[in-house]
Design a protein around this ligand. Structure first.
Ligand SMILES: [Zn+2]
Length: 142
């Protein structure tokens, strides 16, 4: 079955069901399709505006990735304390039970990162797009 939006010569709009488009053409030629308002059999299909659903628009993967990265950055920035270059000290102090556990983030050199991993200190490297901007830069070049 197919539903057509139709209009008569008097621009009365109505809808009708047909088994297929050929059935519509045949019934229309035989004047069997009648306007329910004025009874006219001079009817035509209404021109339909194509409906574009925004949810069907493809979002480029890099846009999705950037959005996710932004959410992760925001999450870390708002729930983790920034400890800067004291990260290794802080992480070790927590790991060895010297201070309370709390979520922190900061910066270490790759060598120190390896040391932490070797010691079994739970720390995770943040790929560049996921790392928030440090709240205060101490003028150290990258
Ligand atoms: Zn009509």
């Amino acid at each position: 079955m197919i539903r057509y939006s139709l209009a008569c010569v008097g621009e009365h709009e109505f809808e009708a069901w047909f088994s297929d488009s050929a059935a519509y053409d045949a019934q229309r030629k035989r004047r069997l399709v009648e306007c329910p308002t004025c009874g006219s059999t001079k009817v035509h299909k209404q021109i339909m505006a194509p409906s574009i659903r925004s949810s069907e628009k493809a979002v480029p993967p890099e846009v999705v990735a950037a959005k996710v990265a932004g959410e992760i950055r925001q999450h870390i920035a708002t729930t983790h304390d920034y400890v800067g270059d004291k990260f290794a000290d802080e992480a070790r102090a927590m790991y060895y039970g010297e201070t309370e556990h709390r979520p922190v983030w900061g910066e270490v050199t790759p060598d120190v990162a390896r040391e932490l991993v070797d010691e079994g200190v739970p720390a995770m490297p943040l790929p560049k797009p996921f790392a928030p901007e440090p709240p205060r830069r101490k003028g150290r070049a990258n």
